[in-house]
Design a protein around this ligand. Structure first.
Ligand code: PLP
Length: 239
């Protein structure tokens, strides 16, 4: 346990150094970038250590894993973000612990989130997940809506009781024109964010960048990076 604490502390310090260096290189203030630690596949005991080490934002991508973890960690001063593809039948559970859902990508999900937020008297922050590799159907392989669908979805969120439109999220595409061009992908997301903020000035969050490409995200202007394996270790099973 003590070893794990040392390991997580060292990894966190390394990630912190990377973010700071990326901010310096980009001429940005360190305070402009917020670290979200993605704890998926790792146990609640790790989440507890991370909290003791000062982490305040954690993210999960599967409700089955996240719900029990969040319950066990309910005493900790953490904010939970949901970043995975979300089925409407999981919305009730997710709204029970998540302050922010970063993977909002279709109208039906917005409706379900709003209904549950109202029922429980919670306010849920929403990021529109943008698929920069969206196919002809306007959807990404790993979730997300095509850029052309952002405005309508954001409008729907803004008009939905219990929901707040906080900004945009993306995952660097593995296919299509942005494959292998993470920084270009994140720069595109920034342009889309600028458009969005014309109609929704408070939607300032730009969530981009993971362990492998956080520097590119910071360089492009991301406000939030979602880092898993660089803090917790390489996942043994598919997350
Ligand atoms: C797993 C995951 C991350 C973190 O990925 P790492 O490569 O482990 O840093 C970030 N965002 C989403 C949506 C994820 O599913």
């Amino acid at each position: 346990m003590t070893d794990r604490r040392d390991e997580l502390a060292a990894n966190l310090a390394k990630v912190e150094e990377r973010i700071t260096a990326a901010c310096v290189a980009a001429g940005r203030e360190r305070a402009e970038v917020t670290l979200i630690v993605v704890t998926k596949t790792y146990p609640a005991s790790d989440v507890r250590i991370l909290s003791e080490l000062g982490v305040r934002l954690v993210a999960e991508n599967r409700d089955q894993d996240a719900a029990p973890k969040a319950a066990v960690c309910a005493d900790l001063p953490l904010s939970w973000h949901f970043v995975g593809q979300l089925q409407t039948n999981k919305v009730r559970s997710v709204v029970g612990y998540a302050d922010v859902v970063q993977s909002v990508d279709r109208a039906r999900l917005v409706t379900a989130l709003s209904k549950e937020a109202v029922r429980t008297g919670r306010e849920v922050g929403c990021l529109i997940q943008v698929a920069l590799d969206a196919g002809a159907d306007g959807r990404g392989e790993r979730g997300g809506v095509a850029p052309a669908g952002i405005e309508e979805l954001a409008g729907l969120v803004a008009d939905s009781p219990g929901l707040r439109i906080d900004g945009l999220m993306t995952v660097a595409p593995l296919t299509g024109e942005y494959a292998g061009r993470e920084q270009a992908a994140f720069e595109r997301l920034m342009v889309l964010s600028t458009h969005l903020r014309r109609t929704h000035p408070a939607a300032t969050m730009v969530s981009a960048g993971m362990s492998a490409d956080l520097e590119q995200a910071v360089a492009a202007g991301a406000t939030h990076v979602r880092v898993g394996s660089a803090v917790l270790g390489v996942r043994s099973r598919l997350g």
